[in-house]
Design a binder for this molecule. Sequence first.
Ligand code: ATP
Ligand code: ZN
Length: 627
Amino acid sequence: MTDSGRLAHLECALSADLTKTLGDASILMVGAGGIGCELLKTLLLSGVKNITVVDLDTIDLSNLNRQFLFQKQHISKAKAHVARESALRFNPEANIVSHHANIKDPQFDVAFFRGFTVVMNALDNLEARSYVNLMCLAADRPLVEAGTTGFQGQSYVIKRRKTACYDCLPKVLPKTYAVCTIRSTPSLPIHCIVWAKSYLFSQLFGPPSESEDPVLDTREDEGNAEEISKLKDESEALKAIKDAMGTDKFPRMVFEKVFNTDVNRLLSMHDMWKSRKPPTPLVYDELASEEEKETQTRKGRSKGKGKAQKNAPESGDRERLEWEQKVWSVEESVGVFLKSLRVLATRYQEVRKSDPESGLSFDKDDDPVMDFVAATANLRAHVYGIPQQCRFNTKQMAGSIIPAVATSNAIIAGVMVLHLFKLLTPSEVPLSGIKRATLGTSTGRGTILGAGSNEAPNPVCAVCNAGFVVVETDVEKAKLKDIVEIVKGSDHLGLKGEVSINHKNLLIYEDDDLEDNVDKTLQEVHITHGKNLQILVDDDDAGVKRTVYLFVLHRDNLPTLFTLSGDKGVDIPTVASRVAEESNNAKRPREEGLEERDEGTKRLRTDGGSHDDPIVIDEVEDTIELD
Ligand SMILES: Nc1ncnc2c1ncn2[C@@H]1O[C@H](COP(=O)(O)OP(=O)(O)OP(=O)(O)O)[C@@H](O)[C@H]1O
Ligand SMILES: [Zn+2]
C-alpha cells in the first residue's frame, strides 16, 4: 500500500490529528523478541514512522515459532537488525533505527531517552525493566510496560509521579531452597540444577560481587552452623582453584574438587547419611576420555578432542536437537562439563581483562553456559542417585520457562499500541483514563482481557519519589566533592541531612565516615559517561530521607560540572520507609533502591522454601502482576 493510501485508511479509523501525531512521534522499543516483533509490526501498521529498536540478542531456532519477523536464514543474526529489515516491508518509508546492544550500555544515556516521545518495553527480565523504568523517570518520558507469561499478560502506562512506577509494586517472590539442601543434600533434579546454575557457575565465572558465596546467608539455617562453616571452607578452596583458570589442569581440578573431594568430605559426616542415601564420589580417571586425560598432561595446549566434542553438534542442526533431548551418559556429561569449562574459562578471562569487576552471567540461550549447567547438574544428580535430565528439560527448569504463547504476545502488543494512542491524545484521555490491561484466565470463561484502573504512585517508593539530576562534565576533571556540593549546596539542591553516595553496589562516599574519595576525579571512582549515582540524604532531625539519582554525561574539556536538569524529588518519612523496607524485604526478591538494580540479584534464597516444587524462579522473568 502506498503511504497516501495507508494514511487515508488510518485517518478514517483514528482521526487526522492522531494519525499525524503518530507519524511525527518517535518511539523507543526495547526488546525485539516475542512481544517486540508483534509490536513493531503493529506500530508500523498504525502509522508510527520513527522507531528505534534495541535488543542485545541474536536469533535462535527456538524463537522462530512465534517471532514472525525472523526466519531460518536469520538464525544467529542480531534480532534488532533483522526485525528492522523484515518490518520495513510493512512500510518501506518508515525510519527504523536498530541497535544490537544492551539497553543498559552507556550510549543509551538520559539524553538518548529524552529523544523519544514514548518508550515501549518488550523485555523479558526484571533488571532491564527496572533500568528502563528508572531511565524513563529520569528523562520524564512515558513508558508503556508489558509482559506475557503463557496465557497471561498485561500492559500499562508509567508516567513519573502520576502513576505507579515499575518498582512501586512488590514483585513475585522467587522460589527458594534451603542452603543445605542445595549444597549438601539434594534430592530432586531441580536441586542439582540450582546448584549448577546459582552456585558453581556463579562461583567460577560470576562477577566478584556475585561469587562471594551467595548461599551462605545462615539466618534460616541456624541449626546447621557447623555444616555452614564447612561449606565456607569449601568455597574458599574453590577460589584457590580459580587461580589455575586458563591452564590445562583447571577442568580436572574443578572436577576432582566438586565431584570427589567435596563429596568425600560430606560422606565423612556420618550422621547426615543415617536416614539418607549417601552420595558416591566420581573418579576422574575412570570417566574422562583418553583424549581429555592426555590434554591434562600436555603442556601449552588446551583443546581436548574427547567424546564431548563428537557428541555436541553445532547449534541449529537436527542432530543438535536430538542431542539436547536425550539423557547423556555419565561419560558424555563429563566430556561436556570439561569442554564447557574450558570455553567459559577463556571467555571469563577475556571479559575480566577489560573490566576486573565483571564476569559471566547465566543465560539459558548461551550454549556453553547451558551446556555447563546441564552437564554439571547431571553429574551432581549421578553422585546423589537422582534421575538425570536431558539438556532440553534442564534448560526449561533453569530458565523457569513457561512456554510462550504467540497469541498472548499479539494481544498484548495490540493493547500497547492502544495505550500509545491514548498517550498521544492527552487532551481527550486524561492519564487516569488509561487503564491497566490484563490478559488472564477466568474459571469457566476461558481467556479474558480485562481493564483495571492504573495504580497510583506508592508514596514510599524510593525510585519514583527520588530526585533525578542530570549533569554534564568532563569526568577526568570533575571531582566527587563537586557532586556532594550539588546535593548540599544551596545553589543546587540544598538538601539537609547525612549524605551517602553509592555507585552500583559500592558505597563511595558517606558524610564523616567515608570522605577519602572526595578529591578523586569521577573517572577515578569509575563514574564515566552514562553512569548513575544513587545519593541518599537522611535527615534524622526532620525524620525524612530522600534519594537522588544523579546521571553523568561526559563532555570532553567541560571545565565545570553543569547541571542540566534538577528534579529534587520527594521526602519519604523515615518511619514509613522503614516499615515499607521491612515489608518489602519479606515480600520481594531484592531491596528497594539502586543497590542491586544494575546487577540484579542472583542470590540463592535461604528461606527453607518448598522442597518438592519442581521449578525454581530465582530470577523473575516476565514478571506480571495480575489484578
Ligand atoms: N538489557 C536488555 N537490552 C536489550 N534487550 C534486551 C535486554 N534484556 C532482554 N532483552 C531482549 O528482550 C527480548 C525479550 O523477548 P522474549 O521475551 O520473547 O525473549 P526471547 O529470549 O526471545 O525468548 P525466550 O526467552 O522465550 O527464549 C529478547 O529478545 C531479549 O534479547
Ligand atoms: Zn515507584
